[in-house]
Unconditional design. Structure first.
Length: 177
């Protein structure tokens, strides 16, 4: 005897399979959506941490930029003090040392080029070009003011005097007379 299938039972099975597949598809979509949302949240937190650190570094750099002229003036004043000025000068020298240490402890390093180094416009500011036979053209003759950098950012370029080729005067013909 052949069994005849009941068409209603087939429709119920097909309907259940379709419903199961639909539910699984919807579940997978929600799972993927939840994973994307979680990844977005992690990326957002990372970006906020980086931005917060950057803002803190910028605020610190801005304060240091304001302190640099004070440090320069203090060092300039100390370099002009006569030898017989007394013991209180040692206290002033300690203040200058503390200021320098505080600046360096915040991650700032000095840019103090030596004579003969090549001029680099990214970290040096040429304030004068001086003809020189002693130094090659484009090299630093003298550092006038020390520069400073913080990590990859130049806070203040070092001011330097740059060697320039000596130009020999050429004889001109005075045939125009």
């Amino acid at each position: 005897m052949e069994q005849q299938e009941n068409p209603e039972e087939n429709n119920d099975e097909v309907s259940e399979l379709g419903l199961t597949a639909s539910i699984e598809t919807e579940r997978d979509e929600y799972k993927a959506l939840a994973q994307r949302a979680q990844a977005d949240l992690i990326n957002f937190r990372r970006r906020m941490d980086e931005e917060r650190k950057s803002l803190q570094q910028n605020a610190s750099n801005n304060l240091i930029i304001k302190l640099l002229p004070i440090a320069d003036d203090l060092h300039r004043a100390l370099s002009l003090i006569p030898e017989d000025s007394g013991p209180w000068i040692e206290g002033i020298k300690m203040v200058a040392l503390n200021l320098d240490t505080s600046i360096q402890s915040s991650g700032v390093s000095s840019i103090a080029p030596e004579s003969g180094e090549s001029f680099d416009p990214a970290i040096h500011e040429a304030i004068h070009f001086q003809p020189s036979s002693e130094y090659p053209t484009g090299s630093i003759i003298e550092c006038v003011r020390v520069g400073y950098r913080s990590l990859d950012r130049v806070l203040r370029a070092a001011q330097v005097v740059v060697a320039q080729e000596i130009v020999q005067p050429t004889e001109s013909n005075n045939n125009d007379q």
